[in-house]
Design a protein around this ligand. Structure first.
Ligand SMILES: Cc1cc2nc3c(=O)[nH]c(=O)nc-3n(C[C@H](O)[C@H](O)[C@H](O)COP(=O)(O)OP(=O)(O)OC[C@H]3O[C@@H](n4cnc5c(N)ncnc54)[C@H](O)[C@@H]3O)c2cc1C
Length: 453
């Protein structure tokens, strides 16, 4: 319930004018992300910020009145991190969507936090450059959201996660102070690495208002895509380990199991062969793209692939792009994004099959396989306990991934969805350091409280 008085809201309106909204329909629209979690309650107000000063005014007001704040980019997050708080304030970065500079000579771009990821990538392309982070949500997610979640994506196997592309940040702290960290240089060793601290902080330490990000040159030549079908998913896992340890590095290396390829073909037929176990799809770039794709296909054959193909067309990746919407269309929402060391992939797929058998529920696997990052989606059958039973399967998968030296989240973040899992991975001392950092930067606990950390 809100404890904010009309008089207090009026103070904020004096700063923000019509950038402050209280319409219930708008509060509902901006009050949830794309996760399976419903918001804890409705916010009292929404700030559609247009400048860093708007964000600063909103945060210093929230801090003074101890109002919980949820921060929103585009709301494509899958961890419940941007969901609103009862009686809280929502700060949206959506309107801060200008590309301020493309500095081609230094391969940098300066952007406001609300710029859509694919828009930045398209602008970079005009200079022969690209923005490496490419979550499957790139057409809708924001650069600020990508930085706040340290998002991954299809190209991570070649270019790393978002933090590897962040050079500098402008951040508004919980009390409204504006801070800049990082630099435009390739090397910079001054002070603690706060840029990395804020990257992946999921709206808990400050609000990112603008960023200087690194771009890369588009490789010359025509990219090639490759596909390999396997009768056994373990063999596909072994092939991934062999590929990433081999001399022919792919730009993309993804895995879809039979369940997910069947879901794609039922949703929007692409004509791709349905494998008996799993399919690997990927891409190579550069002048030797064809040789490398053929060499990767040969590694797949040696590791048990029953069919392979290499193509100039991008269409082999279509099934991968359709996997999320196809699984969503089946109403499957209970998922996780654990990651495991890439050399244990084959063993992990075996273990997942065991977990599936124990619970009597099917698990679909779409994986950023080259990174060992698995998106397991569990079937929820109303006759077998529905989503509650599926959540127990996710718990087992997560503990199993940890036992293999893995992590509870490779890219989606913790938010509210995985917060109960934190002590499974972080020891007591590590948790205490995390809470100390949170307390130092947000002593009143107003910024995305009780989430992520
Ligand atoms: C179809 C689909 C495919 C996806 N594919 C991928 C994928 O391949 N890889 C991947 O990593 N993720 C993926 N995601 C998840 C999601 O797109 C990412 O987490 C993305 O980075 C979120 O960006 P957003 O702008 O939507 O942020 P939001 O959902 O609005 O927010 C996400 C979190 O970041 C915080 N936040 C947002 N903006 C800021 C800011 N400016 N300052 C401080 N905190 C902020 C929020 O408070 C919240 O905790 C996918 C989601 C969908 C729906």
């Amino acid at each position: 319930m809100s404890t904010v008085s009309e008089r207090e809201l009026k103070q904020l309106r004096e700063h923000l004018g019509d950038r402050l909204n209280t319409e219930p329909a708008l509060l509902a629209h901006y009050g949830h992300d794309s996760s399976r979690l419903a918001p804890e309650g409705a916010a009292v107000a929404l700030v559609l910020a247009e400048s860093t000063e708007d964000v600063s005014a909103a945060l210093s007001w929230a801090n003074e009145h101890e109002v919980p704040v949820s921060v929103r980019g585009a709301g494509t997050g899958l961890a419940g991190g941007a969901n609103s708080y009862p009686g809280g304030l929502i700060i949206s970065l959506e309107r801060m969507n200008s590309i301020l500079q493309i500095d081609a000579e230094n391969r940098l771009a300066v952007v406001e936090a609300g710029v859509i990821t694919a828009t930045l990538d398209a602008a970079a392309k005009e200079h022969g450059l690209f923005f490496p982070p490419d979550p499957a949500s790139a057409a809708t997610s924001t650069v600020g959201g990508n930085i706040a979640t340290n998002a991954g994506g299809l190209r991570c196997v070649a270019h790393g996660v978002t933090t590897d592309s962040v050079a500098a940040l402008e951040v508004v702290l919980a009390d409204g102070r504006i801070m800049r960290t990082g630099s435009r240089t390739r090397k910079n060793v001054v002070g603690y690495d706060l840029k990395s601290l804020f990257t992946g902080s999921e709206g808990t330490l400050g609000i990112i208002t603008s960023a200087t990000v690194r771009l890369k040159a588009i490789a010359p030549g025509i990219p090639r895509t490759f596909r390999a079908g396997f009768d056994s998913i373990e063999d596909a896992g072994r092939a991934v380990t062999a590929i990433v340890n081999g001399p022919h590095q792919p730009e993309i290396l993804e895995l879809l199991d039979t369940f997910s390829v069947e879901a794609v073909e039922a949703f929007h037929p692409t004509g791709v062969e349905i494998p008996k176990g799993a399919m690997l799809v990927g891409q190579t770039t550069g002048l030797d793209a064809n040789e490398r794709a053929e060499a990767i296909a040969a590694i797949c054959t040696v590791n048990g692939a029953s069919s392979t193909e290499v193509s100039e067309s991008d269409s082999l990746l279509e099934a991968r792009r359709l996997a999320n919407p196809a699984l969503n269309a089946l109403g499957l929402r209970v998922s996780c994004d654990v990651a495991v060391p890439v050399a244990s992939l084959a063993e992990v797929f075996n273990g997942l099959a065991e977990i599936s058998k124990q619970h009597g529920l099917r698990i679909s696997n779409v994986a950023h396989a080259g990174d060992g990052n698995l998106h397991c989606v569990v079937e929820s059958n109303p006759e077998l306990g529905g989503e509650a039973a599926a959540e127990l399967v996710i718990d087992d998968i997560t503990r199993y991934a940890l036992s293999m030296g893995g992590t509870i989240s490779g890219e989606h973040g913790i938010g509210a969805v995985k917060r109960h899992e934190l002590p499974w991975q972080l020891d007591e001392a590590s948790l205490a350091v995390q809470f100390a950092i949170k307390h130092a930067l947000d002593p009143k606990g107003i910024l995305t409280p009780a989430r992520a950390i």
